[in-house]
Structures are given as C-alpha cells and as structure tokens.
Design a protein around this ligand. Structure first.
Ligand code: NAD
Ligand code: ZN
Length: 359
C-alpha cells in the first residue's frame, strides 16, 4: 500500500504576504465569526503583534514556549478557548504564529476543540476522529517543517509523541520571509538549531531505506537551499530557509527520519532539551551512520561559529540512562528507516548506551 498523502491545500509565499491574512480569514468567518490567534509571547508588544488582523470578538492567546508544548498545556488552552466562546459555540479558525512549538500548539488546539477528552489520548497515529477547526500556520522560525507535516509533537505523561493524522495538516500556511528577518543576528544559535533540524531531516530521509523519488526530489532541493543559507550566507537566505523547511517537511512526509531523531527524542525526554539543539548534539556523533552529512554539518557549525554543547550525559543516573534508551528504542519506524527491517540485530541497547555516553 502506498501512502495517500494529505498536503496543505493553500500556501501563500512572499515578503509581506502576512498583510493578506485578513482577506484570507474573511471568508472563513461564517459561523461565530471568532478567530483565535495563538502567538508566541516573544512577540508581545512587538510590531508583529500589531500587524495581526484582530477584529472585535477575536481571542488572542500569547503562549510561552520556553518549554516545548505539553499535553496538559494544550488541554488548558482548549478550555480557555471553549470558555471564551461559550456553550455550543466554536471559533471559525485557529491561527498559530511562531516557531515549531507554536505551530504544533495551534494544530493541537484546533483538533482538541472538536475531539473529546484529554489530548494525551490522541498521541499516536490516526487516533483523531473528527476534523479540527480550520487552522492557519504562520512560521517565524524555519526548519522544523511543522508548517507542512501531519503531526503536532507533544510531551505527554508517558511519552513525547505527536498527534499524527490527516486532520492535523494545516488548511492554510502563510510563508512570509520578512518574519525571519534578523533572526540570524538576534538569536544565531536558535536560528542554527532550527535550521539544522531541516538539514538533518533531509540527511535522514535521503540516506534512509524508505526513500523514494518523491521524498528524494524534495529532500535534495532542500539540501541545496540549506547549503546556500548555512555555507554561502546567500542574500536571500530568509526566502531560501523558509522553502528549505517546507521542502524538508514534504520530503519526510513521504519517507521518515532516522537515527538522529530516534536518539534525540530520548535525550530530550530525559534532559528536557529542545528538539533542534538535541538533534545537533546527537548528530555530531553519528558519523558511522551518516559520514558525509556529519562532515558537512560540522562545516556549517564552524562557518556560523556555533559551539555544540558537550558532556551532557556524564552525570546521568542508571535509571535516567535506561529511560533514554527505552524512549529511543521505541522509535521503531525511525530505526527501520535507518537500518532496515532487521534493525534490532544492529542496534543493541549496549550500542545505544555507548553512543549516549559520548554526548
Ligand atoms: P520554538 O518554536 O521552540 O522556538 C524557539 C525559541 O525561539 C522560542 O524561545 C521562541 O520564542 C523563539 N522565537 C520564535 N520565533 C522567533 C523570532 N522570529 N525571533 C526571535 N525569537 C523567536 O523553535 P523551533 O525549533 O521552531 O520548534 C521546535 C519545536 O518544533 C519542538 O517542540 C519540536 O517538537 C517541534 N517540531 C515539530 C515538527 C512537526 O512536524 N510538527 C517537526 C520538528 C519539530
Ligand atoms: Zn526534527
């Protein structure tokens, strides 16, 4: 069986296209008229907040993402929206404006407004029963591919796992490279970690056993763009990085990530590290899996004067190390993509422990 891929049906791209948001939302305001804007609280009081097309009766939620989204946080936001709208009233749309954390938050709130019960019950594949509220994604950082993916990654009581479903996919994305302007200068490390998430997605997809020409076409073009951004510092890097992220997301949608993401999920779960930085920490030690990719990644880190954190696992307790291994071992499709069907013969707990001990 081939995957019947759901993709984002509407995409607007270009500098300043955020100004079209009001016109894009207008035809959707046909029920309660209420739009819910979920904005990264980093933008509180900044020019971007003032550019959002609020109308009377809309709801603005400013959400902090110092910690990545949790199922409990999503449930609380969903309650807040329900209380605001009143009994039996739903908003006409949910708009997420921020990096991957906010893009996932807005997807999850849209879904949890129409699917009963707590969000952790939907962590997994195709557990979502009903379409969510119309949802729009507006990235302010580029790399995760969350703007195109069919998942909203959440940390729950037992695991970090996405709400993976066709309903998760955005109805509309607004890709405005202006929103990335200055990110490289103001938060160079975050710019790099999020960008490397994209670079690593591509390496893992292109080197994986699941890859096909669909995934390869997007993944290779995304790598070309990543090189122009992270090695050449091309003058149109904001445009290029935005498209690299989109293409990277399209590539893994028809393939899968691999060893780096499998290990990074374990590392993040136990140490509370953010996704992008955790991937970079792990990838630096994966020469045995991705020799060319790791070499180029190091050249990108050097070119951008980025220091990868080290010595993070030295003081872990035995229980923490075991948990890290459990979480990573649980990423079955990722290992299968990286090492093939017989991955368990190649990736023992002992081999994994030795990798973690280096980090
Ligand atoms: P992020 O959204 O976690 O944001 C990182 C930091 O950058 C935050 O402090 C945020 O406030 C700040 N920020 C955002 N935009 C900014 C801007 N323009 N200028 C200055 N600061 C800004 O970072 P991310 O790397 O984009 O996203 C990581 C999240 O994405 C993780 O939660 C991860 O699980 C998720 N993710 C999701 C998918 C998916 O397919 N759904 C894929 C990969 C990662
Ligand atoms: Zn990733």
């Amino acid at each position: 069986m081939y995957r019947n891929l759901k993709v984002v049906p509407r995409v607007v791209f270009g500098r300043g296209c955020l100004d079209q948001l009001d016109a894009i939302l207008e035809p959707q305001r046909k029920g309660s008229g209420i739009m819910v804007f979920i904005l990264d609280d980093f933008f509180e009081g900044k020019a971007l907040e003032k550019r959002l097309p609020f109308r009377k009766g809309d709801l603005l939620l400013k959400v902090n993402v110092d910690k990545e989204p949790k199922t409990t946080g999503i449930d609380a936001l969903t309650e807040q929206v329900k209380n605001f709208c009143g009994k039996d009233v739903m908003p006409d749309g949910v708009v997420g404006i921020g990096g991957g954390s906010i893009l996932d938050t807005a997807k999850a709130v849209s879904l949890m407004l129409t699917n009963p019960g707590p969000s952790h019950e939907y962590q997994g594949w195709d557990l979502i029963q009903y379409p969510g509220i119309y949802h729009v994604g507006i990235p302010t950082l580029a790399g995760t591919g969350a703007e195109v993916s069919r998942t909203a990654v959440l940390t729950g009581p037992v695991r970090k796992l996405g709400l993976n479903s066709d309903h998760t996919v955005y109805d509309q994305v607004v890709l405005d490279p202006d929103l990335l302007e200055g990110v490289r200068e103001s938060i160079p490390e975050q710019w790099f970690w999020t960008g490397m998430d994209c670079y690593i997605h591509n390496v893992e997809a292109l080197c994986g056993t699941f890859v096909n020409e669909y995934a390869r076409a997007f993944g290779e073009q995304s790598q070309v763009l990543c090189r122009e951004v992270f090695l050449d510092h091309h003058p149109e890097s904001d445009e290029k990085l935005m498209m690299a992220s989109y293409f990277g997301g399209m590539s893994i949608a028809y393939s899968q990530v691999g060893a780096c993401h499998a290990l990074s999920y374990g590392l993040s779960y136990v140490l509370g590290l953010h996704h992008g930085i955790a991937n970079s920490i792990v990838f630096d030690y994966l020469e045995e899996f991705y020799p060319d990719g790791v070499k180029e990644f190091r050249a990108m880190a050097e070119k951008n004067r980025i220091q990868i954190p080290r010595n993070l696992t030295a003081d872990l307790s035995e229980a923490q190390m075991e948990k890290m291994i459990d979480v990573s071992m649980g990423m079955v499709p990722l290992w299968e993509n990286c090492l093939g069907k017989d991955w368990q013969e190649k990736m023992s707990r002992d081999r994994m422990r030795k990798l973690f001990e280096k980090m």
